[in-house]
Design a protein around this ligand. Structure first.
Ligand code: HAM
Length: 420
């Protein structure tokens, strides 16, 4: 071990497990690529104000969890705690919304940073795959996103997850509800911290995990009862479209989410095998975010799924992904001359698209064959001086042990035939 370790709350992705992470990212991205979403990549850090205004000054993410710093040049930046504000910022900056093709549909995959108390499923560096559909108000778009996330989880073989769905109302009805909730909460006996929350973010009080708090909340006004007609109709359509698509969901009137930009549709994917960090993904509509960061009105909706937690969900359900072995052919040279000749064949095979590896470092036959087996290859190419003198190499089937000489100048064709 070296003097150094990965920083607290982080971990390294290393083979062979890292292959599962890649496969999960791909599985989440596949339905998006198949549905008109284009790939976007934004910087790992942004102006700190973007998150303060976008995610919200009153959220834990901004007040407690942001890696904010000042550069030598005096800029106030922060490592991105989430992707939505950055993606919207980038879309506005590139004028994607003016190209006359709304909604702008984008997907992304990357690392995010939150200074949280680490525990299983909660890290300071984690990975999300996300999708944002910018510039359209259409319940079918909200439904599309939920259906695509559902499809991604299903394609991974997951079944122990649930979709929680709620509507947070809009700028007409939510303020009325907020005031009613504040009135109710002010009449309760609550601790100092929670009382402060009543002023800045009363809806988050509903989300308090403590039982003592939850008991006092019985009888609190529910947003559901305050939704305006437009929000109610919108939400009903989202529900109908999901039902028609065969995607089951649970209405959760208390689902609030930890980011301030949400309006109307909000949802969370929770997995029942994960303990306290059960949210594998979440998202919703954010019709006001564009204006909050200085853009035009652009009603939008999106989600992000956590890659780390999705991998934990696979483990919880005992699912091992069927990841094909990276290497198909492993070449084992015996002697200097064979090394030169076989290395050439390896290069040819690779150029022909056959995944091939080579026994480096002058290993003896026994060790080299061990490496060949460990690589997961189906075939080994073995050559010694006598083979070369005859213009052949030995093609060995690593499962059956069967070995046949093949002509050195026909290696690519013969290997292809053997691989089927
Ligand atoms: P979020 O709910 O904060 O939403 O994060 C989405 C997912 O990222 C979570 O459900 C979880 O799986 C994963 N995640 C979050 N924090 C951590 C952590 N500390 N460790 C491990 N995994 C974590 C957003 O980020 C929104 N931007 C989603 C969105 C997109 N809304 C609209 N568009």
């Amino acid at each position: 071990m070296s003097t150094f370790q990965a920083p607290k709350g982080t971990y390294d992705l290393i083979p062979p497990n890292s292959a599962t992470y890649l496969a999960v990212r791909e599985a989440i991205a596949a339905p998006l690529k198949n549905s008109g979403y284009g790939y976007i990549e934004t910087p790992g850090f942004e102006n700190v104000e973007l998150f303060a205004r976008g995610v919200g000054e009153s959220t834990d993410i901004v007040t407690k969890e942001m890696y904010a710093f000042e550069t030598k040049g005096g800029d106030r930046l922060a490592l991105r705690p989430e992707g939505t504000a950055s993606v919207l910022r980038a879309a506005l900056e590139a004028n994607l919304h003016k190209a006359g093709n709304l909604p702008v549909k984008l997907w992304y995959s990357g690392s995010y940073y939150r200074y949280e108390r680490p525990q299983k499923g909660r890290y300071r560096h984690f990975s999300q795959v996300g999708a944002e559909a910018i510039g359209a108000e259409d319940p079918a778009l909200d439904a599309e996103l939920i259906i695509l996330a559902h499809q991604a989880y299903r394609s991974l073989g997951l079944s122990d997850f649930r979709i929680l769905l709620n509507s947070l109302g809009d700028k007409e009805c939510r303020p009325v509800y907020r005031a009613a909730l504040q009135d109710f909460l002010r009449g309760l006996e609550l601790d100092e911290d929670t009382r402060r929350r009543i002023d800045i973010n009363p809806l988050r009080v509903l989300d308090d995990k403590r039982e003592a708090v939850q008991e006092r909340l019985i009888g609190a006004p529910m947003l559901r009862d305050y939704l305006c007609e437009a929000c109610k109709a919108y939400h009903e359509q989202v529900r109908e479209l999901l039902t028609a698509a065969g995607v089951a969901f649970e209405d959760d009137a208390k689902l609030v989410r930890g980011l301030d930009y949400y309006t109307r549709t909000t949802f969370e994917f929770v997995h029942d095998g994960l303990g306290s960090q059960s949210a594998v993904g979440g998202g919703g509509r954010y019709d006001g975010l564009s204006e909050m960061i200085g853009g035009p009105a652009l009603p939008s909706v999106g989600w992000a799924l956590g890659v780390d937690r999705t991998v934990l969900a696979l483990e919880a359900e005992g699912i091992t992904l069927d990841i094909p072995s990276a290497t198909a052919v492993y070449a084992v040279p015996l002697g200097e001359e064979a090394r030169r000749v076989l290395f050439r064949s390896v290069t040819e095979l690779r150029r022909a698209g056959v995944a091939t590896d080579f026994a480096y470092g002058g290993k003896g036959l026994k060790n080299a064959m061990k490496s060949a087996n460990r690589s997961g290859a189906r075939l080994a190419l073995v050559a010694g001086e006598r083979d070369l003198a005859e213009g052949v190499v030995q093609l060995k089937d690593l499962a059956s042990g069967e070995q046949t000489p093949i002509a050195l100048d026909a290696v690519v064709d013969e290997v292809r035939r053997a691989l089927g």
